[in-house]
Design a binder for this molecule. Structure first.
Ligand SMILES: Nc1nc2c(ncn2[C@@H]2O[C@H](COP(=O)(O)OP(=O)(O)O)[C@@H](O)[C@H]2O)c(=O)[nH]1
Ligand SMILES: [Mg+2]
Length: 438
């Protein structure tokens, strides 16, 4: 097994390199988006595609086999050989290869994927033994070498998993090639399987046969569908009341206080609005101090309140302010009494605009639980923080599909006030499909 990894701008570029280096028999075993460049702000670094390809050395010596007799090859092979051509892309298929996109990838439950797994299993077993030996022989080896081998073992596991899942769940999808490539991209970005599948099936129904051959067209079509799924609020601009009262709630540590300061600062400096802040942090004195410091720097008044009556009084005090940002203490969604307290304070529609702050690094199942539990309070929008620390943005779409809550802001770093942006559909879709970089 000959394994190679490439960092490229797009899949077409990868396919050219793979075909050149490893030949048409090569299979893509994994792709993922990686950031390159400025490390402090991963988000603004260039997004590259990292593609790992493999070629079974045994297959290399064989002459080029006819497409029809290659039918046992997995869909990956078909993807490498029959890559869609988008504008500017050089053809990767050699003349004897099937015409790009001429046929949908056929489902193929034949035994080949399992045969393909066999050498991988053996290699994993060998690697395991090697790691074990190295670990036993000398402790000093437990540094770099073992770490490297462990990483390779991880990659092999991933390959096995990928091959196995291709052999299983995707066989029945039977998608045209361009849709299959985008399906994989959405899955690698973290979109849940059933959502990605539904999207692709819907796209196939609605895209004309001819247009399906055009990768750029299909990608834009999927981008438009994603734009319909996700809703945004233009920051605080969708609040039509003369006074915008914006409450940030959510679990501890997601970035509520930092985000409150960023929004306050933006409202003051960019929109020239009169801004006041309130915090309901009665237990964590340090957290109150954190907001107090920000309020001082930004130069806005801050009130610290303990209960609903206090809150109402503070809001009344700021009646001639354009924007009031309310920060809340960290609260565990599993603590019933804290949730009850929060509900007492914020369960009112109309006057308060409640925003659930979630970290984009939180895994899907936890995002679901948090949203369900905080859902006892009316939630008007969601903020996703820490995009700079996340590499898969599909969970934001999974959340949008599941809970249909609009997204108001995205935050991209620790710096106040600059690391925040008003969420836009274009930006969210670009995070998934990397349209601007392709
Ligand atoms: N990398 C990164 N860190 C963030 C971001 N937003 C907040 N943080 C950090 O997350 C930590 C917790 O933030 P804080 O505002 O205190 O969270 P809270 O408990 O929800 O109020 C702090 O170290 C922040 O600097 C972000 O967008 N990116
Ligand atoms: Mg806080």
């Amino acid at each position: 097994m000959n394994l190679k990894r490439y960092r490229v701008n797009n899949i077409q570029e990868a396919l050219q390199l793979i075909k050149k280096d490893l030949g048409p028999e090569a299979v893509i075993v994994s792709t993922r988006q990686v950031k390159e460049g400025n490390k402090a702000f991963g988000l603004f670094a260039k997004t590259m595609l990292e593609v790992t390809a493999a070629r079974d050395d045994k297959s290399q010596s064989k002459p080029n086999i006819q497409a029809s007799s290659q039918a046992t090859a997995s869909g990956y092979r078909a993807t490498v050989n029959g890559m869609p051509r988008s504008e500017g892309a050089t053809a990767v298929a050699s003349p004897e290869m099937p015409t790009p996109n001429s046929k949908p990838i056929q489902s193929n439950p034949a035994s080949d994927p399992y045969k393909a797994l066999q050498p991988l299993r053996q290699e994993i077993q060998d690697l395991r033994e090697l790691i074990q030996n190295l670990g036993d022989r000398t402790a000093s080896y437990e540094g770099q070498t073992v770490a490297q081998l462990k990483q390779e073992l991880g990659e092999m596991r991933y390959m096995l998993h990928s091959l196995a899942s291709r052999a299983g769940q995707m066989d029945d999808l039977n998608l045209p090639e361009n849709l299959m490539v985008l399906y994989q991209q959405l899955r690698f970005s973290g979109m849940e399987e059933k959502f990605a599948r539904r999207l692709m099936l819907e796209a196939r129904k609605n895209i004309a046969e001819d247009d399906l051959q055009n990768f750029s067209y299909v990608k834009i079509f999927i981008a438009r569908m994603l734009m319909k799924i996700v809703k945004t609020t233009r920051g605080v601009e969708s609040i039509t009341a003369p006074q915008k009262i914006f409450t940030l709630i959510g679990p501890t540590g997601v970035g509520k206080t930092t985000t409150a300061a960023k929004i306050a600062s933006e409202q003051l400096l960019r929109y020239k609005r009169r801004v006041a802040m309130i915090t309901i942090d009665t237990f964590r004195i340090a957290a109150v101090e954190q907001l107090r410091t920000y309020a001082k720097i930004i130069n806005v008044p801050l009130s610290i309140v303990a209960d609903k009556a206090d809150l109402d009084r503070a809001i009344a005090t700021y009646s001639d302010y354009d924007v009031i940002i309310i920060d809340t203490g960290g609260c565990s969604q599993r603590d019933e009494s804290q949730m009850f307290e929060l509900r007492e304070l914020f369960d009112e529609r109309g006057r308060l605009n409640n925003v659930l702050v979630l970290s984009s690094t939180t895994k899907d199942s936890d995002l679901n639980e948090i949203t369900r539990r905080f859902g006892v309070i009316p939630i008007d929008s969601v903020i996703f923080t820490k995009l700079d620390e996340s590499s898969s943005y599909g969970s934001m779409f999974n959340h949008s599909i599941r809970f249909k809550k609009p997204i108001s802001f995205l935050t991209t770093g620790q710096k106040v006030p600059e690391d925040i942006e008003v969420a836009t559909k274009e930006r969210l879709v670009d995070l998934m499909l990397n349209i601007s970089g392709s």
